[in-house]
Each structure stands twice: as structure tokens, then as C-alpha cells.
Design a protein. Structure first.
Length: 319
């Protein structure tokens, strides 16, 4: 593989104990190349693209209902989509067309539902108070969800957020949901193991779930903390950009804190996987930290999640 065919991948297990630099294979570059072809003329843009504005002013409403959009039609190829109605949420349950742009701001929220649902656009912009998230949390037997964005450029402004905090596996019983669910007072595990606690002042520690997921290509949701009132795991954010990702705001998949009660554990952080040519940011945050169990009477905190940022080293060096 030539130097030009490599993407450097900065990966982190968000447990403050380990980090690793690695080289991802040609898969990341292939995804970017396919994306560029789709967004530079091969996606079949319509000749008369329009600016389409979200109409509802409150509640959660369906993207695929034409009456929810100005002009009465669901956005199609090449359209510039604008969602700025405060306290209104857009439910996206299936893939979009290849949009010219998607812009969200002003306390409006885009909610992804279903694991494979993807937003396709040349430019995705999340401005102040705009939020992109996904549905959740869920148990082992329920449908999983993720934020999935394929674009040329993705820009998250200060005050904007792509947020999947506490949107992963649900804390619902003695053992939290997920492959690394905490038991009783144990924290959930993912990139790092959850916290364990001694009980009745003995040296016996709560059983914890194993670490799980991939370092360079993380897609696992965070597992939940143990017991009712434990923290839910963090969700999943996957972004592929043919050119630049800029984060001046927040991209997060943090585990949930203990919500109530005693003898409960925090949720594990989820997954954030970003692939781009160049990565930028000023005072932005990318985080998949574990949730706290403070106040849970010896409850253990959640383990850190996984973050991987793959970029082209030659292009990044020129920034």
C-alpha cells in the first residue's frame, strides 16, 4: 500500500488509561472515494434543486411526511434542507436522498431511528443550539440505533452538538444490558472496564462485564451500569466525510450517570468513529466518557468508550 493510500487513525479508549495510534486499511479511503463519486455528480442530482424548510413548530414529526416540509414534498436529490424551528424534532427512520446541504440550529433536533439510517448530503452544518442525536436507550432484545452521516463536509459550530449521551444499552435490572453490562453495583464496560466496589467492607468485588468493541473501527454502544437506576450506556456516532470534519461544538457518546437509588453503577461510554481527509476544531469536544455513580453508596463508575478519528496524514499536515 502506498503512502497516499493510507489513512492515519487516531484512536482512544476513553478510560484515561490507554491510547494508541494505528494505520487503518484501505477501507476508510475506499469509503471516502465512493462518497466523493456519489456527491460529485454520480448521485443524480435533479436540475432544479430547492431550499426545503422544516414546518412543524413542536413535537416529534416524521421526515418522510410531505406536509412537514415547505412546498409539501419530502426533500429529494440536491435539495438544501433547513431545520430551525425551536423545540421541534425531526424523526429520520430511513436513508435520505443525496442532499445538497442539511442545516440545523435554534434548538431544533434531528433524531435517527434504526441502525442503518443514514443522512447523505454534500454539506452538513450544526449551528448554535442545533442537535443531531439518535433514539434510545434500549435493552438487549430491542432495536438499536445510531447517528450515521455520509457527507463531503461536516461542520459543528460552537453551541451545536451531535449528541448520543446515554443513548446506548439500558440499565434495567440487576445486570445492565449490553455485552459489558455491570452487575449489581458495578459500572458498565466498553473500551475500559467499569468500576468495581467492595461491599459489606469485605474484599469481594462486584462482577464486571468484559471490555468489548474494536479500537480502530468502534461501533459498539456502551453497556449499562448494574441495577435499577443505573446509568445507560453511551450511543454511537459514525461520520464519513470526503473532505473535512470541523468540531467547534460537541460530538459525544458519554455514558449516563446513575439516575437514582443506591447500589447502582454508571453507564459505559459509547462509540465515535470519524473518517475524513482533514480534521479541524477550535475549543470543540469529542468525548465518550463513562458515567458517574456518585451518590450510589459504593456504586462503580462506567468504563470509557471508544473514539477513532481516521484522516489523511498528508492533507492534515498541510492544514
Amino acid at each position: 500500500m502506498s503512502k497516499s493510500d493510507r489513512y492515519t487513525c487516531r484512536c482512544r479508549q476513553d478510560d484515561s488509561r490507554s491510547s494508541v495510534d494505528c494505520i487503518s486499511g484501505s477501507i476508510c479511503l475506499a469509503l471516502a472515494r465512493v462518497l466523493i463519486l456519489l456527491l460529485c455528480g454520480c448521485g443524480g442530482y435533479q436540475a432544479t434543486a430547492e431550499t426545503v424548510t422544516w414546518v412543524p413548530t413542536n413535537g416529534l414529526n416524521d421526515w418522510f411526511v410531505g406536509a412537514n416540509w415547505s412546498g409539501g414534498n419530502v426533500p429529494t436529490n440536491g435539495d438544501d434542507v433547513v431545520a430551525t424551528n425551536a423545540n421541534s424534532s425531526v424523526l429520520l427512520t430511513n436513508n435520505t436522498e443525496y442532499l445538497g446541504s442539511f442545516m440545523i440550529s435554534n434548538a431544533c433536533t434531528l433524531v435517527f431511528s434504526n441502525w442503518g439510517t443514514t443522512l447523505y448530503a454534500t454539506n452538513v452544518q450544526v449551528f448554535n443550539s442545533g442537535v443531531i442525536t439518535h433514539a434510545g436507550p434500549w435493552t438487549n432484545s430491542e432495536m438499536s440505533n445510531a447517528v450515521s452521516i455520509f457527507a463531503t463536509n461536516v461542520f459543528v459550530a460552537a453551541g451545536g452538538g451531535i449528541l448520543a449521551d446515554a443513548k446506548g444499552y439500558r440499565a434495567n435490572a440487576y445486570s445492565g444490558s449490553g455485552p459489558g453490562g455491570g452487575t449489581y453495583r458495578g459500572g458498565g464496560s466498553h473500551g475500559g472496564r467499569g468500576g468495581s466496589v467492595s461491599w459489606y467492607y469485605s474484599f469481594c468485588f462486584e462482577e464486571l462485564g468484559p471490555t468489548n468493541g474494536e479500537i480502530a473501527s468502534p461501533l459498539n454502544p456502551g453497556s449499562a451500569g448494574g441495577n435499577f437506576g443505573g446509568g445507560h450506556g453511551g450511543g454511537v456516532v459514525r461520520i464519513v466525510a470526503g473532505d473535512a470534519i470541523t468540531v467547534n461544538g460537541t460530538v459525544s457518546a458519554n455514558g449516563g450517570n446513575r439516575s437514582s437509588g443506591t447500589y447502582v453503577g454508571g453507564g459505559a461510554g459509547g462509540s465515535i468513529w470519524l473518517t475524513c481527509r482533514t480534521f479541524h476544531g477550535t475549543n470543540g469536544t469529542v468525548s465518550a466518557a463513562g458515567g458517574s455513580a456518585v451518590g450510589a453508596l459504593n456504586g462503580g463508575g462506567g468504563g470509557g468508550g471508544r473514539v477513532a478519528i481516521a484522516y489523511d496524514p498528508d492533507s492534515q499536515a498541510a492544514v
